[in-house]
Design a protein around this ligand. Structure first.
Ligand code: GZL
Ligand code: ZN
Length: 331
């Protein structure tokens, strides 16, 4: 239900202003009947990346639960990691005349055309979790998500402290997230700029594991076969780190001791491995974006201004902190 009434219209004959409000206000927006439910509820079309990791599962749960508790009618689509599926889902939402569209773009580029179509249909779009590289920021109302460069910097800072005052070479292998995705690009950038300040540190291998546990395992196996002395693994998410741990143990090495491991996310499985000493440090990336997203959706539907950037609160965990946090961990 699009509510972009002006105060004047509201003070008029409500029945007329409701119709006029829907057709009038910002020069006509096709009204609210398009989304097929005139029960006054907001209809939100959400296109999710997929179900590739524990983080994604927790993120989906947060969005679905918070839509329900906000009384928002959620049309949810899972793209199985494919951009073309997200683009067609967004086109479907436009055809269905949903009130608001939100999505987590699997990769940063290739969105301008479909975002322009949503804008032409006067449907506000909110980006969640991952960003796009569109230069035209009028194509979306807001981006709510983490600063992945900062996450990479936090990982790098911990490693610099870990090797402070030591002089031996530090050979690092890196499991990158999905190629072309904002988290993979920026977590790599943030980490690299930090370790560049220590000449002993070198990333000797770097390859994508697509944020998936199975891929993290197979890529780590190739790293172990080709690189005799690996001191550190930096994995862009817990799931790939957990897969790598299986490969490290199969090679007869102790994860967290023979090879120090840093990951990002802090989902339950990662935090458990951290508490067990198999991971050394985790940078949190909160998936619980649902409640804040629904607030933004309500404002966007009402035609209110919303902040262009909403940064998620998140922290970091050592092994000790993981032991304390685990019992009350929501995801
Ligand atoms: C980060 C999110 C990433 C997670 C991965 O906000 O996009 O995608 O770090 C997930 O676990 O697959
Ligand atoms: Zn070494």
């Amino acid at each position: 239900m699009r509510r972009n009434w002006t105060a004047a219209a509201l003070s008029g004959v409500l029945a007329v202003s409701v119709l006029a409000g829907c057709g009038g206000g910002d020069g006509g927006n096709g009204g609210d009947s398009g989304s097929g439910n005139d029960d006054g509820k907001i209809t939100l079309g959400f296109s999710q990346v997929g179900a590739e990791s524990g983080w994604r599962t927790a993120n989906t749960k947060s969005i679905q639960e918070s839509a329900a508790s906000a009384g928002i009618d959620l049309k949810f689509s899972d793209a199985q990691g494919k951009q073309e599926n997200q683009i067609s889902a967004i086109r479907n939402f436009i055809t269905q005349k949903v009130d608001v569209i939100a999505f987590s773009p699997v990769v940063t580029s290739g969105w301008d055309a479909v975002l322009q179509e949503a804008k032409d249909a006067d449907i506000p779009v909110i980006l969640t979790d991952r960003a796009v590289d569109s230069q035209d920021t009028s194509l979306f109302k807001s981006f709510i998500g983490s600063d992945f460069v900062v996450e990479g910097q936090k990982a790098g800072d911990w490693l610099l402290k870990e090797y402070e005052g030591k002089s031996e070479p530090v050979n690092i292998v890196e499991l990158q997230g999905t190629t072309g995705s904002a988290p993979a690009l920026d977590r790599q950038k943030g980490f690299q700029e930090k370790i560049a300040t220590n000449p002993n540190m070198k990333i000797v291998k770097s390859q994508t594991g697509d944020f998936k546990r199975a891929d993290g395992k197979t890529v780590m196996e190739t790293f172990l076969q080709s690189t005799p002395d690996i001191d550190v693994l930096y994995a862009h998410n817990d799931d790939m780190g957990l897969g790598a741990i299986e490969a490290i143990e199969a090679a007869g090495k102790k994860p967290g001791t023979d090879i120090k491991i840093i990951t990002v996310d802090a989902v339950k499985d990662g935090m458990t491995a951290l508490a067990d000493g198999k991971i050394n440090f985790i940078v949190e990336c909160s998936p619980l974006l649902g409640p804040q997203l629904m607030e933004l959706v309500k404002k966007a539907d009402a035609g209110e201004e919303i902040p262009a950037r909403v940064l998620t609160e998140e922290t970091t965990f050592t092994q000790e902190q993981a032991k304390e946090a685990l019992p009350t961990r929501q995801y």
